[in-house]
Ligand binder design. Structure first.
Ligand code: HEC
Length: 143
């Protein structure tokens, strides 16, 4: 009898955790329309950078390459993001809405998949890879 209670307690705790996780994930993935700040609120935030890195590897690296240099595993296809120079707001705008220049292909929009917060975190990660010519400050042109 005591054992049954113990087992039930463990099951409830585990289920509680799972529900909590699912709620968190749903919340993170939810598309929330919010104001995009002029500069990245997660700049230099280690935890956010780590999170952004794993999302980048999962959803962006197939086209932009694991080093974000535009060299994907199956040949270059995305842009070299180490030299992104349009500023933070433009970054968020492009990632949300996608863009098509035709020459090298299409950048898909992620606004319905990734929350603003996740896009900011991916941006914070990409900032750490910036090389000469890159610019992540306030965008000069409005998105
Ligand atoms: C299906 C392939 C693909 C995926 C996946 C992809 N991109 Fe792109 N992306 C491209 C291509 C191709 C371009 C270049 C086209 C253009 O500049 O319009 C591009 C362009 C960009 C640009 C503009 C670069 C510049 O210098 O203006 C940014 C920023 C960007 N991608 C970020 C991301 C991020 C962040 C992710 C992950 C959430 C991502 N991309 C996922 C293909 C992809």
């Amino acid at each position: 009898m005591r054992r049954a209670v113990q087992v039930a307690t463990v099951v409830m705790v585990v289920m509680g955790c799972l529900a909590f996780d699912a709620g968190l994930i749903a919340q993170r993935l939810a598309h929330t329309e919010s104001e995009v700040p002029a500069t990245n609120p997660f700049s230099g935030d280690e935890k956010a950078i780590k999170e952004g890195r794993s999302w980048f590897m999962a959803v962006c690296a197939p086209c932009h390459g694991p080093r974000a240099n535009g060299a994907a595993e199956r040949g270059p296809s995305g842009a070299d993001l180490r030299v992104f120079k349009r500023g933070f707001e433009q970054f968020v705008h492009i990632v949300k809405n996608g863009r098509e220049v035709g020459r090298i292909g299409k950048m898909p929009g992620w606004g319905k998949v990734l929350s603003d917060e996740l896009i900011f975190q991916i941006g914070a990660f990409l900032e750490t890879l910036a090389i000469e010519g890159a610019y992540w400050g306030e965008s000069q042109t409005k998105p």
